[in-house]
Design a protein around this ligand. Structure first.
Ligand code: FES
Length: 205
């Protein structure tokens, strides 16, 4: 049985290049499970970063299903990507509590800023924008996730900071607590004016 995090696609993929041998190994490892289709598809996505089209007939054959049945499962659940993701994956929660706090508007902003629709990857391959459905962070809605790190109280400013951060070659990998910085090798997240003052004072001592 997959965990909630697995079902939400939050595990980081290994991004292996397509290999029929690896796919067959993954299928063999999971095919005895009850309802093996979903665990196999999750494991394939975890390994390759998406569910390769070439894996569908292999899964069908191993589970004695038709290709259409496996294809139907892979396309029904939006957790499964059909193409490799970009370098960074930005997921915005589209479930009820986040919607009530402006998630739809936020998704529109992200689409405009990135120039893609939800489910697509930017032309430079840098960012994939996706929906996710309830991260359990409803108390700090609207919420999202960047490269597996969860972020609450998302607003346009924070979205801007996250997008700038992940597109910037100087990215500290702290997009979830953007804006961020570093002093004497120590990283600092959620920078604001007061925290910046404290860092500057520390730098002067
Ligand atoms: S509805 Fe978005 S985190 Fe729960």
């Amino acid at each position: 049985m997959e965990t909630k995090l697995q079902s939400q696609g939050t595990l980081q993929s290994r991004g292996e290049p397509w290999s029929e041998q690896l796919a067959q190994e993954i299928i063999a490892e999971h095919k005895a499970l009850d309802g093996a289709t979903l665990p196999i598809l999750h494991a394939l996505q975890e390994a390759f970063g998406y569910v390769p089209e070439a894996a569908i007939p292999l899964v069908a054959q191993a589970l004695n299903l038709s290709r259409a049945e496996v294809h139907g499962v892979a396309t029904f659940y939006h957790d499964f990507r059909r193409q490799p993701a970009g370098k960074h994956v930005l997921k915005l929660c589209g479930a009820e509590a986040c919607q009530a706090m402006g998630a739809d508007h936020l998704a529109e902003c992200a689409e405009k800023k990135l120039g893609v629709k939800v489910g697509e990857t930017t032309g430079d391959g840098q960012v994939t924008l996706e929906h996710i459905y309830c991260l359990g962070l409803c108390a700090v809605a609207p919420s999202g996730m960047i490269d597996g790190r969860i972020v609450g109280r998302l607003d346009e400013a924070r979205l801007d900071a996250m997008q700038m951060c992940i597109r910037d070659s100087y990215c500290l990998g702290l997009c979830a607590v953007a804006p961020s910085g570093m002093i004497d090798g120590r990283i600092v997240g959620r920078l604001d004016e007061a925290r910046l003052d404290a860092m500057l004072a520390e730098a002067r001592t």
